[in-house]
Write a protein that binds this ligand. Sequence first.
Ligand code: NAD
Ligand code: 572
Ligand code: ZN
Length: 351
Amino acid sequence: MASNPSAVLFKTDDLKVVDRPIPKPAPGQVQIAMHRVGICGSDVHYWTHGAIGDFIVRAPMVMGHESAGIVNEVGEGVTTLKIGDRVAIEPGVPCRRCDYCKTGNYNLCPDMKFCATPPVDGSLARYYVHEADFCFKLPDHVTLEEGALLEPLSVGVHACNRAGVRMGSKVLVCGAGPIGLVNLLTAKSYGASKVVITDLDSNRLQKAKEMGADCCIQVSRDMTAKDIAVKVKEYLGDLATQTIECTGAEPSICAGIYSTRSGGTLVLVGLGKPVVNIPIVDASVREVDIRGIFRYRNCYPTALEMVASGAVDVKPLVTHHYELEQTLDAFKTANNPTSGAIKVMIKCNVE
Ligand code: NAD
Ligand code: 572
Ligand code: ZN
């Protein structure tokens, strides 16, 4: 009898792999035999804190939103996918009817159902069902692991689009975690002539260097935001045309403002304290545009092309692999600052 082991978060610090019924695809859906699911910082945060802001785990929830697998069954009316297709799963399905959806800004849909954001179950299971039109067929030469990595890569694509990164841009990326690194990859593939990246952690900067960063700045807590801007200017020959802030830390947002040239753009990807003290007048009088992002929209096709064409190599993001049954160990590694983990990947099936 087939089973469906699934990584379920019951409450804070209570994550177990338990058997669940194998879901049947409704009309318009496909059932997917899951192969690779990456662990995101948000998964770890739900596990350790039981909530992110107003999103509280009130009922058992399956984890995972960075995923790819193989179509195992198609629901009624699905014509675009067939059994055996290898797909990357875009984890957020919007209502399709509201003004935001109808104008293409579906990431802002108030009724978005996003995997592993309470109360919606995620995809860290052996079998999972999803809307067929939010599944992207992978070419044969793109691995399922790369398919799973399209999710964080899409965050980089949306951030660089919102920042206006283009040929010849001189970009500052603040933070060399997985999200800073996908922004580095995207900025370079968009033609940025130089990308400088910051972090507190030298190991993370070493990884950034290996993944194409032109310069790395190891910041320390006693450096001022203006000190960091001076270093950015030294390395880029000027302040940054675009800054992508991927830490959410107040001092780093301040450094991001001072490091962006007049008329440039600062995109806030990192989400930290809800209220921060930043030099807003400096940004205002120098016409530094400050923009936010909320996940991504319409970015999976671009992210897939970037990987399929070889314009970016996302594989070095993955530092650890675990089996589905070892999910708890995988989360412990992802949450251990001394593990050297960037992206921890779970294998739900052999490829
Ligand atoms: P992460 O914690 O792995 O990486 C953050 C990095 O920032 C770490 O390496 C840390 O050492 C570094 N850092 C901390 N303070 C710093 C400082 N003052 N200066 C320089 N570096 C500093 O997290 P991640 O998975 O890479 O995600 C980054 C952020 O992006 C998180 O806040 C996450 O919630 C956010 N995020 C936002 C969206 C969105 O839609 N806006 C989507 C995905 C992730
Ligand atoms: O891959 C999507 C993603 N989004 C993250 C974090 C990690 N991964 N966000 C940060 C948290 N927010 S939220 O608005 N929220 C829990 C819905 O605070 C979403 C975007
Ligand atoms: Zn995520």
